[in-house]
Design a protein around this ligand. Structure first.
Ligand code: GLY
Length: 351
């Protein structure tokens, strides 16, 4: 059975198998002159064969394959794809599909948004991270000057088709990477999802609830003027950590960074009197049970602060979105580096 949601102008279809989308795929792509498909070498091996089978043979797919990993989310990589599109004479009557995780969908959206001022764009997310967060809501972009997502544009895809059968290609670490965003959605906006997560293993209904949280928030505030900022819980610290990890060759996935971010930011919320001790402890305990703790003992707080100050969300003070209870989040909470350091040290003692 297909679930159908709307996020801004994008139709989002969710089902357990790609085969369920047979009709939708046919009607979405039959009228394009050519279909360009962006994927990385992993999705080429693990997902493209299934994808190709579900695609009508009459539609010609031209593939663009990139290296896997965050390093591909760069202006240089975007430029190479634009060159390939120009060399192939891609026009505005063609479209681009991203088949992959968050890196492929962020980069693909960025390329599609700017190529000839925008060609139609579709996403088939293959990772849990992309299914529950990265592919949803029109955020596209690349990392620049080693700052995560610092160049980008909001560009709504035509359609997103989520087939959870792709999840079987993920290893445990990739799974948990996406799961981190689902926990975030529960903490900021859905206490019933939090209860489900505490007592169940991941399942399809949990994914649907998580997607529904993202859809509701983005539909209320596509341009992130207010409410959408709640999605940044865990990300102020998390993005700084990821940028730090990027230049220090530390192996850290986005979800791993935001789990740390959520714990430190829960501490910050408690210190500021926004969150009770009991709920802060519940958040920290659940996250430490469900996720492996990252070892930050070698992280230099001074270097981390430089990234915090560069984060595109900040002006001169550091801006956070912090939970006030399970299912509710307050935006525009400002803190000094001293206050952040105090909360970070508490996390370090936990590891
Ligand atoms: N990933 C956060 C957002 O889409 O706003």
């Amino acid at each position: 059975m297909i679930s159908n949601l709307q996020i801004d102008s994008t139709t989002v279809l969710v089902s357990k198998s790609l085969d369920d989308f047979e009709k939708e795929i046919h009607s979405a792509f039959q009228n394009y002159t050519r279909v360009f498909l962006l994927m990385d070498m992993n999705t080429q091996v693990y997902c493209f064969p299934e994808f190709q089978k579900a695609f009508p043979a009459s539609v010609k797919i031209e593939t663009i394959v990139i290296n896997p990993g965050e390093e591909s989310k760069s202006i240089v990589q975007a430029e190479q794809i634009w060159k390939q599109l120009f060399e192939a004479n891609a026009t505005k009557s063609d479209c681009l599909i991203a088949l992959g995780g968050g890196v492929v969908s962020d980069l693909g959206g960025f390329v599609a948004a700017l190529y000839k001022r925008g060609i139609n764009y579709f996403i088939f997310p293959t990772s849990l991270m992309a299914m529950t967060d990265a592919a949803l809501g029109g955020k596209t972009g690349v990392d620049f000057l080693q700052i995560k997502n610092s160049i980008g544009v909001l560009y709504a895809p035509e359609k997103i088709m989520i087939a959870t059968s792709f999840l079987k290609t993920l290893n445990e670490r990739e799974y948990k990477n996406g799961l981190a965003e689902i926990y975030k959605h529960a903490i900021i906006a859905d206490d019933s999802l939090w209860i489900d997560l505490k007592s169940n293993n991941f399942n399809y209904e949990i994914l649907l609830k998580s997607i529904a949280v993202k859809a509701k928030v983005v539909n209320n505030d596509f341009y992130e003027k207010g409410e959408r900022k709640i999605l940044n819980f865990g990300h102020t610290i998390g993005h700084a950590l990821e940028s730090y990890a990027l230049i220090n060759n530390m192996d850290m996935l986005h979800g791993e960074a935001i789990v740390v971010g959520m714990m430190i930011e829960a501490e910050l919320a408690f210190n500021a009197g926004i969150l009770t001790q009991a709920i802060k402890e519940e958040i920290v305990n659940v996250l430490s049970t469900k996720f492996t703790k990252a070892n930050l003992s070698k992280v230099d707080f001074k270097a981390l602060s430089d990234f915090l100050l560069q984060d595109k969300k900040n002006t001169d003070k550091i801006c956070f979105s912090l939970p006030s209870k399970i299912g509710k989040c307050e935006i525009n909470q400002f803190f000094s580096l001293e206050e952040i350091k105090k909360a970070t040290l508490v996390y370090l003692e936990l590891v």
